[in-house]
Design a binder for this molecule. Structure first.
Ligand code: ADP
Ligand code: ADP
Length: 224
């Protein structure tokens, strides 16, 4: 079965006065090892799509399956496990903690993970920083790094958890084209060499065209 499968997924945000249909019957299957980019105008539901796939938010209708199993059938404990271990997030604005060193930022998510002790935590963080080319910056603080380097730290933080899926929401949105290109190359390498499944929201068509598959969204549904 596909790793990620959405059938008629709907997401309606309801406030007192307004109802917003963020996703309107989305059907989408993503196989293990695919690199998919999602494009579309602001407000068309891209971030909502990522938060539903990443189990940060629940759809208001339709069926979401991971590894052939409806997400609804997983227990809370299993869901927590999936959220923490299967899926890694990368955001446009990095979400690093400014008063922690690069190494501590990368180790942080592993602190809450059962069965990963201090030594392994450190090893994994070093290995992840090595992979993104930042071995020489472990004791720096985020403010001492360029935007591209900060994003690489954020990617290392996701990698340290050894996720099967990386969900990236405009990972190059705050970067100039040269640094954006570097981050894109890094994601392409991860996908190719580690087989990590990646779903990336982007506004950059040039980068989107480098991925295996490009999905266009408009007004809560898929255009092609
Ligand atoms: P995109 O990522 O493509 O810009 P979003 O998924 O962020 O789009 O938003 C899709 C639609 O849902 C927009 O109209 C947005 O205003 C609305 N929306 C997103 N989050 C919320 C929320 N928490 N409450 C109400 N409306 C929301
Ligand atoms: P890039 O070449 O990726 O655009 P910058 O020109 O911003 O990066 O930075 C070049 C080098 O200077 C980087 O290796 C970075 O670690 C370092 N650097 C950038 N800003 C600071 C800072 N505020 N304090 C210390 N070092 C910094």
């Amino acid at each position: 079965p596909p790793m990620i499968k959405l059938t008629d997924i709907e997401k309606v945000y309801q406030t007192k006065t307004i109802e917003t249909v963020a996703l309107n019957r989305v059907n989408l299957s993503i196989n293990k090892g695919e690199f998919v980019s999602v494009m579309g105008p602001s407000g068309c539901g891209k971030s909502t799509l990522l938060s539903i796939i990443g189990l940060l938010d629940e759809p208001t209708g339709g069926l979401l399956e991971l590894d052939g199993r409806p997400v609804k059938s997983y227990s809370d404990k299993e869901l927590a496990h999936l959220r923490n271990q299967k899926i890694g997030f990368v955001f446009q604005s990095y979400h690093l903690i400014n008063d922690l060193s690069v190494l501590d930022n990368v180790e942080l998510p592993l602190l809450y993970r059962a069965g990963v002790g201090g030594k392994e935590r450190r090893q994994r963080a070093h290995a992840a920083l090595d992979k993104v080319g930042l071995s020489a910056r472990t004791t720096h603080f985020p403010s001492q790094l360029s935007g591209g380097q900060r994003q690489r730290v954020a990617i290392a933080r996701a990698l340290a958890g050894r996720p099967e899926i990386i969900l990236a929401d405009e990972p190059t949105g705050n970067l100039d084209s040269v640094m954006g290109e570097e981050i894109m190359d890094l994601l392409l390498t991860l996908n190719r060499e580690e087989g990590t499944t990646i779903v990336m929201v982007t506004h950059d068509e040039h980068q989107a065209l480098k991925t295996e598959r490009l999905i266009r969204f408009f007004d809560g549904s898929q255009v092609q």
